[in-house]
Structures are given as structure tokens and as C-alpha cells.
Design a binder for this molecule. Structure first.
Ligand code: SF4
Ligand code: SF4
Length: 446
């Protein structure tokens, strides 16, 4: 398939990066690159979505990698997966057959699935600070995105998402749900929470979003980037950490940051050579100087992985959340990173011994007990009412193509990319009638 046809199909189908960021795939795949990497290295503890996709859709993962490699002109095609995924590896090997695709087997470390860490592992080259893998000739695509890209070439748009439901639920497993399905329905598909007053993580335990208000949880729906739903006890370490206020974090940083620099020494970005020392951001933040030129601006190099606060800091402080707060304030003031954009090789010497094993990480953050739960196939849900958000991606929200009262069928376009903007198309995820049009298009089965 020629590049133009492939990109047009991916754009028409509304494919976005399914690993979390939601970058529109047609824009990313328009690049030219030496290497393409299919990312099956899901590194968040407890999530099994990528494994499920690789086992059940191996042919599409491999075909998608070939299509992407052809489109960007890559001479190297790599499928990266953790070596512990023995069943998936055997199935992928069979799917690869005689194709010129390498399997890269990675250890079970966090954050192996981060695009920049994966690029370093596979190519030995580090993406410069504030850069993207394309800066070193690489395009990375999540395995789920590749499955969607292949479906796009067959005329099937993105209308559903597969993800993990786990934690304190009766039947943990992997579910497929139409876009806009209430997360409460997905919880019910897993037998419901086994706690009286749970809180939820939407996404993975390290980088996901905590929702602790039942009314807000009732409004949460499945999107193209939903990776997980985890039920945990109210007051769990992850709940308390996520709900610290900025003033409280500043008071704790001032009182208790001993400048031991463990947060910097274990930071995965620092360990690929970025001149990023998050203990310096902590120092600037503690003294209220984080927006001044200098150390505070380094917060813009943080990828929010959470190794610093969930694994490294001996004082129980929250460097990641502080970096997030500082980034928000810097962006609001249009203040930029002004430091070096060079890779400092000396920083990479400790990369191997300082990698973080996922199981130790899970124990450290209080989720070790959930690591070996059974993994049920929860099937595909068939909701009678969905609220499909017009913004499920990086870029401008889609513009509605339907009005209240219109009848739609699954796969009909209901949201268009604004002219000349970065964005993604949105499609009806169930057959039904348009009930309302706002930030989301509500569809009800008739
Ligand atoms: S690891 Fe914790 S105590 Fe040490 S410098 Fe970083 S934030 Fe401060
Ligand atoms: S969250 Fe912490 S460990 Fe991760 S990149 Fe940011 S500073 Fe480094």
C-alpha cells in the first residue's frame, strides 16, 4: 500500500496513539524514519492490555508494523516485548514467520514502555531533551495502535477500546468496550468492586489519574486512550499521594527534602543522558523560586513516570507531582526550558544497575497483592447509551457532524478534524439516535 493511501485510511478511521498520549497517527506516520518499533512493552504494573492484544491480534500487530515501516521508509522493523511474555512471544514469532522483523526482548523494568527509554534500549541512541524519537530516526507505535491502523486499511474506524480492569474487583481481566461506555459498566463487567468505598485509578498505577468522587466516577467514559481501570481502597498510598495539595507539597519539600539526590540518580530521563536533576527542581520549589530562570525550568524535562516519588525518595516526598505543578505554572506563564539539549554520556553509565524491576516497584507502592490476579477475558460490552467525547486525542477537539435526533450506525463519522488543525475523527460507537451534542455526543440505542 502506498504511503498516501495508508495515511488517508488512518486519518479517516480516527486512529490515535493508544499507549496513552493520543497523538493522531496520520500526523505521526507522515514522517520519514530509519527504524520503526512496535511497542508491546506495557510497563505499568497490573495492566495486561498489550499482552492480550499481542496474543489475540498477533497477525495485525505484525502487518501493522510492516505497513508503518513501508510508509516511513524504515530499513529496520522491531517488535519490542518483555521477555517474560512467553506465550505472546511464541505467537508473535509464528506471525512474523520469514518477514524482516526483529524481536527485541526486554527485561521487566519500569518504564520500559516509555518511547524514549524504548528507543534507547533498541537503538542505543538517546532522544535529546525535549525531543521525540524521530530526532534519532525512530517512530514508535503502540501495538494497539497498529491493530487499529490495520483495521483502518480495511475500512474499519476506531469505535472501541480494549483495556484492563483490575484491583479490588470480583473478576479482574481485559474488556473491550465501545467508545463512550461508562467506566461503571466496565467495572460491572468485572463483577464490580469488592470494597464498600473504593477509589479508582484510570490508567496505570504509576501514571494514571485518581478518581475518588463517586459522582465524578459516574461521569467517566471509555476513550481511545483508556488503558486501565483499577479499584483500590480509599486511603491507599496512591490515593493519598494523588490528593496532596500544592501548598502541602511545598511545606513538605521545605521541611523534609534532604537533597540526597536519589530522585535524580534514579530518574530514567537523567539515566539516558538528559541534563535533568530533579532534586534541583525540589530545591527551587521549596524556596519558591521555581519560575525563575535556572533549576525550576528543568521540570519541563520530566515525563511524569513517577520513579522519583514512588520508588526513589526516602522521605516520601512527591517530586513528580511537584514537577507537574511547576510545568503547569511555567506553561501558563509561557516560560521555556533554557538549558542544554545535549546528551551527556557520562550520565548513562549507571543506567543498567539503576533500572527499576516492576515487581519491586509494585510492592513499594502497595499493589503487590494484585500482581498475580487471574486475568479473565471479559468480552465485548454492548451498552445502550454512550457519551463519545469529541476530544480523545492531542490537538483540537473534533467538530460535530451530527445534530440531536439524527440516526447513526456504528462507524458513521460524527466528529470531523477542524480545517487545518491537528486532530482526529470521531465515529459512532453504537447504532442509535443522537440524544445531545456538547463536549461529548450522547448516543442512545433505539
Ligand atoms: S529523593 Fe526526596 S529527599 Fe532526596 S533530594 Fe529527592 S525529593 Fe529530596
Ligand atoms: S517523574 Fe521523576 S523519575 Fe520520572 S522523569 Fe520525572 S523526575 Fe524523572
Amino acid at each position: 500500500m502506498d504511503k498516501g493511501t495508508f495515511l488517508a485510511a488512518v486519518e479517516a478511521a480516527g486512529v490515535v496513539g493508544e499507549g496513552g498520549a493520543g497523538f493522531p497517527a496520520h500526523a505521526k506516520y507522515a514522517a520519514t524514519a530509519e527504524t520503526v518499533i512496535a511497542n508491546g512493552c506495557e510497563c505499568e504494573p497490573l495492566l495486561h492490555t498489550d499482552r492480550h492484544l499481542m496474543i489475540h491480534h498477533a497477525d495485525a500487530v505484525v502487518a501493522g508494523l510492516d505497513l508503518l515501516g513501508e510508509a516511513v521508509g524504515a530499513n529496520r522493523r522491531v517488535l519490542a516485548v518483555k521477555r517474560k511474555q512467553v506465550e505472546a512471544i511464541a505467537i508473535l514469532r509464528a506471525a512474523i514467520g520469514a518477514r524482516a522483523i526483529e524481536l527485541a526482548l526486554l527485561d521487566d523494568c519500569y518504564p520500559a514502555g516509555d518511547e524514549q527509554i524504548l528507543t534507547r534500549e533498541v537503538t542505543g541512541r538517546s532522544v535529546p531533551p525535549q525531543g521525540i524519537p524521530l530526532a534519532v530516526g525512530v517512530v514508535v507505535a503502540n501495538v494497539g495502535t497498529l491493530v487499529s491502523a490495520v483495521a483502518a486499511t480495511e475500512g474499519r474506524p476506531v469505535v472501541a477500546k480494549t483495556f484492563t480492569v483490575t484491583g479490588d474487583v470480583a473478576r479482574p481481566g481485559v474488556v473491550t468496550a465501545p467508545l463512550g461506555t461508562p467506566l461503571a459498566d466496565c467495572l460491572a463487567a468485572a463483577g464490580g468492586a469488592t470494597l464498600d468505598d473504593p477509589i479508582f485509578v484510570v490508567g496505570g498505577p504509576m501514571m494514571g489519574r485518581v478518581v475518588d468522587d463517586p459522582a465524578k466516577f459516574a461521569a467517566e467514559v471509555v476513550t481511545k486512550t483508556t488503558g486501565g481501570l483499577i479499584a483500590l481502597p480509599r486511603g491507599h498510598h496512591l490515593h493519598l499521594n494523588a490528593t496532596l495539595g500544592v501548598d502541602h507539597m511545598r511545606a513538605r519539600a521545605e521541611a523534609a527534602c534532604i537533597q540526597c539526590r536519589l530522585c535524580s540518580d534514579l530518574c530514567p530521563r537523567q539515566l539516558i543522558g538528559h541534563p535533568f536533576e530533579t532534586h534541583r527542581v525540589m530545591r527551587a520549589f521549596a524556596s519558591g523560586r521555581e519560575l525563575e530562570p535556572g533549576d525550576g525550568r528543568q521540570a519541563l524535562l520530566c515525563c511524569d513516570c513517577g520513579v522519583c516519588e514512588h520508588f526513589a525518595c526516602p522521605m516520601g516526598l512527591a517530586p513528580r507531582r511537584i514537577n507537574q505543578a511547576v510545568k503547569r505554572a511555567l506553561r501558563a506563564g509561557d516560560l521555556k526550558y533554557e538549558g542544554s539539549r545535549e546528551i551527556e554520556d557520562a550520565r548513562t553509565e549507571w543506567r543498567e544497575p539503576r533500572r527499576v524491576p516492576v515487581r519491586r516497584l509494585a510492592d513499594r507502592i502497595g499493589i503487590g497483592a494484585y500482581m498475580d490476579l487471574p486475568e479473565h477475558d471479559l468480552g465485548r460490552l454492548a451498552p445502550t447509551r454512550v457519551a463519545v467525547p469529541l476530544s480523545q486525542h492531542i490537538g483540537r477537539p473534533a467538530e460535530p457532524l451530527v445534530a440531536v435526533g439524527d440516526r447513526v450506525r456504528v462507524g458513521d463519522p460524527i466528529g470531523a478534524i477542524p480545517k487545518g488543525a491537528l486532530g482526529a475523527r470521531i465515529h459512532a460507537s453504537i447504532d442509535g439516535r443522537v440524544e445531545s451534542v456538547g463536549a461529548a455526543i450522547v448516543l442512545a440505542a433505539v
